[in-house]
Ligand binder design. Sequence first.
Ligand code: MCN
Length: 763
Amino acid sequence: MSDTHASHPFHGRVEDHRLVTGTGKYAADWNLPGQLYAAFVRSDRAHAEIVSVSTGNALKHPGVKKVYTGKEALAAGFTKYFVLVNWPGRGGQHIIKPPRPMLAADRVRHVGDALAMVVADSALAAQDAAELVEVEYRDLPAVVHAEEALGSGAPLLHPEAPGNLAYDYESGSEEAVNAAFAQAAHVTRLKVEISRVAPNPMELRGCTARYEPKDDTYHLYTCIQGINMMRRQFAAIADIPEEKVVVHAQDVGGSFGQRSAAYPEYVMQALASKELGRPVQWISSRAEGFNSDTHGRANTVTGELALDRDGRFIGLRLDWIADMGAYLSATGSASHTRNPSACMTGVYKIPALYGRFRLAFTNTVPVAAYRGAGRPDAAFVIERLVSQAAFELKMDPAELRRKNFIPKDAFPYKTPTGSTYEATDLHGVLERAVKFADWKGFAARRKKSEKAGKLRGLGIATVIENTGAGMFNKDQVEIEVNAAGEIHAYTVSHSQGQGHETTFGQIVADTLGVPQERVRIRQGVKVLFGNHTGGSRSTVGAGSAMKLAAQKVIEQGKSLAAEVLEAEPSQMDYSKGTFQVRGTRKKISLAELAKKRPFTVMGEGSFGSTFPNGCHITEVEIDPDTGVTEIVAYNAVDDCGNVINHTIVEGQVHGAVTQGAGQIFGEQVVYDRATGQMLTGSFSDYYMPRAGKLVRDIRMQDAPLPSINNALGAKGVGESGCTASMPSLTNAMMDALRPLGIASLDMPFTPAKVWHAIQASKK
Ligand code: MCN
């Protein structure tokens, strides 16, 4: 565990000086004396039995210390792993967790599946020797699409999971929905592919593992979202108590859900470190990352919305097929079942609802949480259905939304899937957005585009999502006011780019009324109870605990100051860093007090889910001759409760909108259906959104309605840009394309795909 601090003049984001001057410390910057290096031998095919692995030549390579194969991984007993879903699914069935050795032993199940690890005294020697490991395979047929994997006769990945079905989950009432559909005046149907994406954080994944024989502990120096999730997973795999796992990290160069896992590589490195008596480092390459870092989304969803004669929603049915890849990740199963089902009715009053979720194994990289973790997927389906229903009923899509919003007086609103939404101002947010985007002026803008030979579309999404409820039911923060007068605030949630040192520092400094330069945020240095950074919960959880802890500093400070000033605690006042005996001139600053009586306090609390919501209205312009699309307007009105720092919130929304737009217009992991090879394993083939080109001007307004579920009145914001941008931009695209008779088109809207659809519509 390590220290992050701000030891420079405060300008803007506290962490930026360190990060932009090359003095950050990332996974590859942890270099330990005597460390060895690991390289992994990965499957070059999608599905095959391993007939033999010959390590003789690799072992003879200079510098090689040891070569591990599946045999050693099995012997170590590392085949069990942690999965968030531990509740029964449909018919009381539990999720199927086939054993997974940390190196494939009898079979490889996806291109990139690691089957051997070479440990050598240099990274180069390890890599060269890895190429000398000879593997004999017996090829098996592969399946790379979830719907096909669940079909009859599909190749079977794990004998423990018949029909490749890992988990069958349901939410809501099938009976009630059937009854609603029987009475419907109109039904809108839609099948969508929410594509598989590769998160690609800037920092490559990596770890240095060190076994400490003195106290039998495993130390991981790696990129994380928080220490507790990593410790829990590693301990589950290695079958050791969590106390034996020590995680060290300082800066993390992006994660998006991908860096919460105790990946097999780390476990094997730790095993090697224990056996060889030296730390073992491994840093991924980008190509390796494409094939071994978890992917996101990858859902095929069929949705049906039933409406009555007045255009009111009376039922929603979702059939959700989620691709888990070859093995279950820790977070993927929850992200594709409970998460989307919690906000499955979106912002609408829909009395009857039923969702069935089937999780499939396929010969692809495992899927895990990815910015929004199922919630953008749920919003995508509902918001597309609503806009399509409006088109079919010849209604204004904003009007259909207004008509079906959960009414103001129905809050707190209990959804048919059991969530309780706290109060929101759906109408207020929509009206602001409609005005902000000049909804009424669209017809004229469309005409102008038409004159220029362009197709213009208007998209809207009104979304809500649950954030804030974590895996640990409590968040703790410790604040130490030391003898040097410094204020250190400790948390276990870990920033990966969200600017926590700035916002958490601000919360503590504002509560104490002291300059922010005096506050240091220290992440993952102490083991405390609490959640990792994910689910846009850090502000609600760790942030609230920061405030409570800072309030305790004042309380405890009053007692200590009273002792020093020979007064009663009840006589003490506190303001802007100074304690004063009421009605006298006797006073002492917090810093002076700490020099005499350094002290530490703990702030903690259990904070429930918050429900950030918003309305994003977008416009696109398509050049029909090339299929190239430009986002010509992006207007976002977001309610993320009380805003701690508007610049950071805006940055979060910009980043997430760009990420959503990336998926809608280009990002997609594509596997060849015949061979199971990844066709998009580098940045030459995999489109990453480019700043400035894709989303030119994201305009944003805050519409804060304070949350009542936490000490700050804040709601999470880190993912909302993804949740809203994906449906809004797709609705804009469909609005532009429908007049040509194009009923539906799946993401990504690449120029080629759009051009072909336009050409086909002319025939
Ligand atoms: N904030 C605020 N006022 C609010 C809400 C939040 O000022 N009302 C600030 C926070 O204090 C914090 C930031 O906005 O600095 C995001 O806060 P929050 O919504 O609590 O989300 P988390 O900090 O828990 O971040 C997690 C979220 C998730 S789940 C993903 S995925 C994600 C994301 O944030 N991955 C990111 N944003 C990312 N940003 C970067 N740069 N890199 C990633 O990997």
